[in-house]
Design a protein around this ligand. Structure first.
Ligand SMILES: C[S@@+](CC[C@H](N)C(=O)[O-])C[C@H]1O[C@@H](n2cnc3c(N)ncnc32)[C@H](O)[C@@H]1O
Length: 219
């Protein structure tokens, strides 16, 4: 874009570059869409209450294993009702907490309350939803994956596992945005701090590079 100066010469109007750390989730999503997916997000298969869409357009396809409203389809993100190579862009926001280490006599299944029983359940679910995203995305299609590292008695670098699953599957890790979370969580001052308190989450932007073969399974 060109701009006329007072002496009549033309200069190029410089656009401010967007940086990778955000304080506001809507601003983060708008920026990812502007740069990586200008037509918006087509599918959200972990829609919950749709808090991602306060100011950005709702996706054409919305589903959840435990839908919270009638306009959301019931579907498991590990086995979605879409053809191979049919979706342009999608977002995954799975539960990230797991294990309650005997603090309660029951665990909450990921399918209902959003806490995995243990790391193995998280691992297998993440692997399966990334595989399924790869199947349904068109070549060059975009997968936005929100995740967060998890610390209880030890830290699990969930975002590294997500990177590994996605790149092994054939995605290119095109970008990564970081969201600062509000720091108002209550903490117990009597406990010895052994890890940094996590106040950020990640939004990976993966791009599907290769074509899925016509014979690939839809499971
Ligand atoms: C963290 S919430 C998503 C929140 C949502 N992005 C929002 O901002 O409102 C995770 C959602 O994933 C859903 N979920 C968990 N496992 C699933 C699966 N296998 N398939 C589809 N949805 C699943 C849960 O029911 C829950 O609604």
């Amino acid at each position: 874009m060109e701009q006329q100066t007072l002496n009549g010469t033309k200069t190029k109007k410089l656009k401010k570059h967007i940086t990778s750390v955000f304080q506001d989730e809507q601003e983060l999503l708008k920026s990812i869409i502007e740069i990586h997916s200008p037509n918006g997000i087509e599918l959200d298969p972990m829609y919950f209450k749709g808090k991602f869409y306060k100011t950005i357009s709702r996706p054409k396809f919305k589903s959840d294993i435990n839908p919270q409203s009638q306009d959301v389809l019931e579907a498991d993100a590990r086995k979605l009702p879409y053809l191979n190579n049919s979706i342009k862009s999608m977002i995954l926001d799975p539960p990230f907490m797991f294990g309650i280490h005997g603090k309660s006599d029951k665990y909450y299944a990921s399918t209902t309350h959003g806490i995995f029983k243990d790391f193995d359940e998280l691992y297998l679910t993440y692997e399966a939803i990334i595989k399924e995203a790869y199947r349904i995305l068109k070549p060059n299609g975009i997968l936005i994956f929100k995740c967060q590292d998890y610390t209880d008695s030890k830290t699990t670098m969930v975002h590294c596992h997500v990177y590994r699953f996605a790149t092994l599957q054939g995605f290119y890790a095109k970008d990564l945005a970081i969201l600062n979370l509000p720091k108002n969580k209550v903490s117990n001052p009597n406990l010895n701090q052994r890890h940094l308190r996590k106040v950020h989450s990640y939004f990976w932007i993966f791009q599907k590079l290769k074509e899925v073969s016509a014979n690939s399974s839809q499971q």
